[in-house]
Ligand binder design. Sequence first.
Ligand code: FES
Length: 143
Amino acid sequence: MKNRRDFIKKTVGASAALCCGVSALSFLQSCTGSKYISTKVVNGEVRILKSEFVENVYLVVETDKLPYPLYLYKNEIGEYSSFLMLCTHSNCELSATSKSLICPCHGSEFSVKGEVTQGPAERDLNSFVCRQTETEIIIELKK
Ligand code: FES
């Protein structure tokens, strides 16, 4: 009987430690700050080195031409998407996380795909086409 009790105690303790570890890791990953990149628009394009994504799933890209930054996201299969960080409700700059974009003005939220997930905004974010080469992501600003 004592062995069974010890086994349960150790198993529950190990499970709790594992869960806390995973939760703490998720929490820390979601709390890591945004990585900012400043770059220039050349011929209507923004080029970002893929190496900037080594420890990040998204970047906040500030340019010399756009009044608001771009959110550049890399999904789990290596595709990139980019959105203007401007709320479609009433033009406030959005805050970025690895899971969503949040408007500090009235609380709208957008997915990392730029879709409205919570109003009052009703329109998805303005998106840009992303291409990639072996080493770069190219955001096309021309529509
Ligand atoms: Fe973003 Fe109103 S401006 S929710």
